[in-house]
Design a protein around this ligand. Structure first.
Ligand SMILES: [Zn+2]
Length: 270
């Protein structure tokens, strides 16, 4: 795949028109990729993005079989983020490329049957039970296909190469409480660490973060300041979770994954 004139070029990539989009990004404004799940099947997502009365769109849609559709050029604002904020900025449509990945999100279980919110049944082999980063107890979620995860990674690498991307975020991180996509079935923290590593291997690319690390404690508190008495920045991190370390101070690491805060360095494997 390649990007030419803000369009994705590749074997499985199609361009379609979306009636709902903004103007061009302000110079230097676009620095973020936002990952979503569609919460609906491929075809109904296409219909939604082509319906002028709905007023939503994303730059890319990635189907479960690896089909990719681009609706909005990468230099143009798409309408995917809605009300959103992260690290002091709001309205992420103005700063981000949106990737929608075909996935139904949370599922309900009755007997041995898993169902999407729109009533389709789901094979148990396509389901995981996991706790969302913004929630406290586990639920059932549809898994993503290997192909989808690989394509998101390749496309994010292309974006980092082509544009000045500094953040890869989930919709759930810029609109917590309101949104749960891409959810725990998507390896968002891992992807972020991989892309950051990739980025650091490119000498001409500006550093995104100091280094990736992994939580090596069952529960690790994230605090607003590097001090054990400081207020918590959010829910604790769990064993094995990936973090991107931005700064080190007196045995503490400032991290940006999954939200900004300070964690004790001795509980992180770097
Ligand atoms: Zn979303």
């Amino acid at each position: 795949m390649d990007i030419k004139n803000h369009l994705l070029i590749g074997e499985n990539v199609k361009q379609m028109k979306a009636p709902s989009m903004g103007g061009e990004f302000k110079p230097g404004a676009m620095d973020t990729v936002v990952i979503h799940y569609t919460g609906s099947p491929f075809k109904s997502t296409i219909n939604t993005f082509q319906n002028p009365t709905v007023k939503v769109s994303a730059h890319l849609l990635i189907g479960r079989d690896g089909q990719i559709i681009q609706f909005v050029p990468f230099n143009t604002v798409a309408w995917h983020a809605g009300e959103s904020s992260y690290q002091g900025r709001t309205g992420f449509n103005q700063y981000s490329i949106g990737i929608e990945v075909e996935n139904s999100g949370p599922l309900t279980k009755s007997g041995n049957i898993f169902r999407t919110w729109y009533g389709s049944s789901m094979d148990a082999s396509d389901v995981i039970e996991a706790t969302h980063r913004n929630e406290r107890s586990p639920r059932y979620w549809q898994t993503y296909t290997e192909e989808q995860i690989q394509l998101v990674k390749e496309i994010c690498e292309l974006f980092v190469d082509t544009y000045d991307i500094k953040f890869i975020l989930g919709h759930e991180e810029i609109a917590p409480g309101r949104k749960t996509d891409p959810g725990p079935a998507f390896p968002l923290d891992k992807l972020r660490s991989l892309i950051i590593n990739y980025h650091l291997d490119n000498d001409d690319a500006p550093p995104l973060a100091l280094k990736p690390g992994k939580v090596a404690a069952n529960k690790l508190n994230v605090r607003l300041l590097p001090d054990t008495n400081a207020a918590l920045a959010g829910l604790p991190l769990i064993m094995g979770q990936d973090v991107a370390i931005l700064e080190e101070r007196d045995g503490w690491y400032k991290i940006m994954t999954p939200f900004e805060g300070w964690i004790l360095g001795k509980y992180v494997q770097v």
